[in-house]
Design a protein around this ligand. Structure first.
Ligand code: NAD
Length: 292
């Protein structure tokens, strides 16, 4: 039987219409629209595409995007001052620092300048600490998007053996924490792990965020496993590919995310959700998309 497709495009579109209606209701009360600022430094071409997608997504739901594109040779001090300006701007509810920033910038120090209450990607240490403790706060968008996809598809997590491949602060670590909070039994594999095939085969749920094109094939996946592919790579011959060999793995899996159209659209939607939540808090509105 063919694997269930975990369709990120469809769920993202559904959530976007919920958010658009939520914003429209706020605007009808005379409240200003939500604002998201995306801070981009330098000219990384992939970042250009991601930022443009985020700006378009804001427009679709009625949020305002504040583009802030700064030159690659900006100093750390000037950049931190720009971020402070966005922190203080009352029309900006959420701020995202588009990573990677140029090597001359200390991104860790930069993220600490971000107002934790406007941290749309949940990467400030305070918000990562809140995640660790299971306290409310903005969550990292990509793993939050994965959790929303799994929830929508009613994939059971309690007691499930889950493997997260990758341990970055952006994806792997928060993913592992979110799965643990959903009572999965979580293992984290990384570039120094031994026997990746064996670790994967033992897992009922595999989330791959290694940033290695087509790392995971049929030999890694036990029949009936759920496979989530976070990886995204541009093929030389055109088109996108993930960290999973989709054609090989799909016949074995119980459910799988495609690339494109799986995790990617959900990342953008969770960024919108975080921003709209921050806006709602500012204006004492109810919780949009409660339960996610
Ligand atoms: P990263 O490079 O910061 O981290 C990669 C992690 O994978 C590291 O912890 C490393 O130890 C591990 N790893 C590398 N090679 C491995 C191997 N052979 N076996 C086991 N572990 C290995 O990357 P990241 O920022 O976490 O992103 C991972 C991937 O997800 C990238 O392809 C990125 O483009 C993609 N991504 C997609 C979205 C989305 O919205 N779809 C969002 C963020 C990142």
């Amino acid at each position: 039987m063919a694997a269930q497709r975990l369709d990120g495009r469809l769920l993202a579109a559904q959530l976007e219409s919920t958010l658009a209606a939520f914003i429209a209701a706020g605007l009808s009360k005379g409240i200003r629209p939500p604002g998201l600022a995306v801070l981009r430094v330098g000219n990384d071409p992939a970042s250009g595409v991601y930022v443009a997608n985020k700006e378009k997504a804001c427009a679709r739901i009625g949020a305002i995007s504040f583009g802030c594109h700064l030159p690659a040779d900006i100093s750390q001090t000037e950049l931190e001052a720009e971020l402070q300006r966005l922190n203080k701007n009352p029309a900006v509810d959420g701020i995202l620092v588009q990573l990677p920033v140029p090597a001359s910038i200390n991104d860790r120090a930069l993220l600490q300048v971000l107002d934790p209450a406007k941290d749309a990607d949940g990467l400030h240490s305070l918000n990562l600490g809140r995640l660790l403790r299971g306290e409310p706060g903005p969550r990292s968008c990509t793993p939050a998007g994965v959790m929303a996809l799994l929830k929508e598809a009613q994939i059971p997590l309690e007691g499930v053996r889950a493997l997260v491949v990758g341990r970055s602060i952006l994806v792997g670590q928060p993913m592992a924490l979110m799965l643990q909070q959903a009572n999965a039994t979580v293992t984290v594999a990384h570039s120094r792990s031994l026997d990746l095939e064996g670790l994967c085969r033992n897992a009922e749920l595999v989330v791959v965020a290694a940033g290695r094109p087509e790392l995971i094939g049929a030999a890694h996946i036990s029949p009936g496993a759920v496979v989530v592919d976070v990886g995204i790579h541009r093929r030389k011959q055109g088109g996108l590919v993930g960290d999973v060999k989709f054609e090989e793995v799909e016949p074995l899996a119980k459910a799988i995310t495609p690339v494109p159209g799986g995790v990617g659209p959900m990342t953008v939607t969770m960024l919108l959700l975080n921003t709209v939540r921050m806006w709602a808090q500012q204006h004492d509105l109810s919780e949009p998309c409660a339960g996610l």
